[in-house]
Design a protein around this ligand. Structure first.
Ligand code: NAP
Length: 314
């Protein structure tokens, strides 16, 4: 593709869509590239109750994202569904490549977010999709009336565990400490939920079963005691959902001159500048203290505004 866009945005989560909205409104020629569905992690979130102004009963991640997408496209942002596998970030013309095309722009906004961190126990890979999941919204209905275990103690684990109680017979949160990391308001709701149980100071050691997940060995980290959990005979299986944080989608930027921290998150200044002129980062992929829809959207708005400034100064 010969066209040189003003801005290429990688990733159509809240950060990328907000960047598209601001870039489009600034009349910058803008291409938004997404490999899958819009929304990133918020597309697999059941309930949104802390996005400012969001008081619509039953608002979900997908419904909020659908309106963000419409708003972004209204301002003329071009869209492509493609998997980017290489980038050239340095120089005046930035390039992003897929198996089928090469796209060029004067500036790039990296908003490719993060994905679920694996639990890290034996058997996890083998039982993925056969009892192991990382998305309650996607898979909860497979566990209607079964028992389900949720690993983690942060906002995601506790919120998604509460969501799972609408489907599962019993939901047990397995947390490695004896205190949740989740926000106090979320904890208050969780402790009132009669279908929700907690296994403290515990980690998952191994998952097993005959083709489908039906056994799990957990370890008490204080006593070292191992316990084998076996599925109820009538059920023949149970579910394990992992929500123990995220890993940034930043592998393709490695070795391209872009600074990253030891975990692969991208440091920026307050105006979303990375260390490479004309390359900005926004949303969960940044080094930051609060990963929320509201902070991702704010990052996107700032990044797009800074693209305009950068282009005008060139
Ligand atoms: P998180 O806040 O990083 O929490 C991860 C949880 O998993 C922690 O409780 C951690 O335990 C546990 N953990 C980490 N590594 C583990 C391991 N190897 N084995 C067992 N447990 C492990 O991640 P998150 O809950 O996905 O949230 C990510 C970000 O999104 C946060 O900033 C969060 O506030 C935000 N978020 C917000 C909302 C909301 O506001 N409604 C909803 C979802 C997510 P320790 O506590 O012991 O470290």
């Amino acid at each position: 593709m010969d066209k040189i866009y003003d801005v290429i945005i990688l990733g159509a989560g809240p950060a990328g869509l907000a960047a598209g909205l601001y870039a489009g409104r600034a009349r910058l020629s803008t291409l938004l590239i997404e490999k899958g569905k819009d929304g990133g992690q918020i597309a697999i979130t059941d309930e949104i109750e802390n996005y400012p102004g969001q008081i619509v009963e039953g608002e979900s991640g997908p419904s909020l994202i659908e309106r963000m997408t419409q708003q972004c496209e209204k301002f003329g942002v071009e869209r492509v569904n493609d998997v980017i596998n290489d980038v050239v970030l340095e120089g005046d013309v930035k390039k992003v490549m897929s198996a089928k095309a090469e796209y060029q722009a004067k500036t790039i906004i990296i908003a490719t977010g993060a994905f679920a961190r694996p639990i890290g126990c034996k058997g996890e890979k083998e039982f993925r999709g056969k009892g192991v999941s990382y998305c309650a919204t996607c898979d909860a209905n497979f566990f209607e009336d079964f028992e389900v275990y949720v690993v983690g103690g942060g906002d995601s684990a506790v919120e998604e565990a509460m969501y799972l109680t609408k489907f599962a017979r019993k939901v047990t949160v397995i947390h490695r400490r004896d205190e949740l990391r989740a926000a106090k308001s979320i904890q208050e709701r969780a402790f009132k939920n009669e279908k929700l149980h907690f296994m403290w100071d515990t980690v998952v050691e191994e998952l097993g079963g005959d083709g489908i997940l039906s056994e799990m060995t957990v370890k008490n980290v204080k006593t070292g005691e191992l316990t084998k959990i076996v599925a109820d005979e009538d059920d023949g299986m149970f579910g394990v959902f992992g929500f123990i944080g995220t890993i940034p989608n930043s592998k393709i930027y490695e070795g391209k001159g872009l600074e990253m921290d030891e975990r692969g998150y991208i440091p920026t200044d307050a105006d979303m500048h990375t260390n490479i002129p004309g390359v900005f980062a926004a949303g969960d992929i940044r080094v930051k203290s609060l990963r929320q829809v509201v902070t991702a959207a704010a990052d996107g708005a700032i990044a797009a505004t800074q693209c305009e400034k950068y282009i005008n100064e060139q």
